[in-house]
Design a protein around this ligand. Sequence first.
Ligand code: CA
Length: 431
Amino acid sequence: MSPSIRSSWVEGSSSPGGDFPLQNLPLGVVAAEGRGRRVGVRIGDFVVDVRTLAECGLLERLERRIIDSLAGESLAPFMALGKSAWRAARAEFTRLLSADCGELRDHPKRGDIVLPEWGLSVQLPCEIGDYTDFYASLHHATNVGSMFRPNQPLLPNWKHLPIGYHGRSSSIVPSGTAVVRPCGQTVASDDGPPSFGPTKLLDYEVEVGALIGRGNALGSPIAVASALDHVFGLVLLNDWSARDVQKWEYQPLGPFLAKNFASTLSGWVVSLDALEPFRIPLPARADGDPQPLPYLRGEGDVLFDIQLELLVASAAMRERKMPACRVSLGNYRDMYWSVAQMVAHHTSGGCNLRTGDLLASGTVSGSDPLSRGCLLERTWRGTQPITLSDGSERKFLQDGDEVILRAWCERPGAARIGFGECRGIVLPART
Ligand code: CA
């Protein structure tokens, strides 16, 4: 790391390639033996137990309402306070963890406050409220559209509004949770008749989710210009999908059981302030593309340069201690619609967003084949299988496969900001 970049006294937190330097400090909720659930700040391979930190009197520079909001088993009370509270807490965590600050480093109870990450289990950061899944990558929408509607891959509305659907939040699970292969109705030919059984075409979707911090009142839309003030941070999401179930059920009202059996969320919420060095303007619309309507334009309409890597490890690979195999590498900067536009569009009719709501991007895909963020695209409906390092072929996921989504931001002169992992193993169907 360059000497001009500030570092922490936490051992190993500045090592190259690490996800969690002093400049990141994502928040999450962890469960620890004997302590229950705690709000934590991740740094390097350690987690600061915020409640214990406060109990030791080390957060006294913060307002009482901020300290209290961080003392429970969920991040939601803190998320609801809004940006000035988020910034005040972030500044204080940064100060306490900086190399030149001894208050926590030299504290007699430091071992009770700063816990090794490997002894903790990552939970959902808060109860997920309403979950909306968008379809905001042009490459993804065009690829998938061209498979199902070769003559009209993009429907006439696509470039005018961020398409989305209301998803299911009860089945959102934290990273590390195994996912059971779902059963459902599928058809051998386009018109049926259907049969019921385990999906044969289980897929993942590489997505980035925005967690809503402060919401809006019913009937009070959020403008693009202030939309990001409502976003507490970004997380990774694997939107598991059963393609054969989806194909039969999605018309006329969109995905249903093909998507509602599980979605996996990463545990550490990366703040937009940590992502600031990686923010990029939304590119100008290409020649021939319509300009967004005025309510979908405004300052703050930005993307982030986030590399998204998807890896798969089969059961045989894990048994033989082989590393997981990279299946795709994409970038969130390839999105057509931004988070701010999603928030503005979602609320434009008066819909209220609430603390803990999740707005997911939809599958992130780019122009080159390696960047395609699901197996449906990556293997082009199974016509171009990929080979894993154990020699086995994949068109779609098999039982025992572990799917690992990772993400990070890198550029010269800035500390690397990572998201950690979003992982899950596929278990056989319960028939
Ligand atoms: Ca999706």
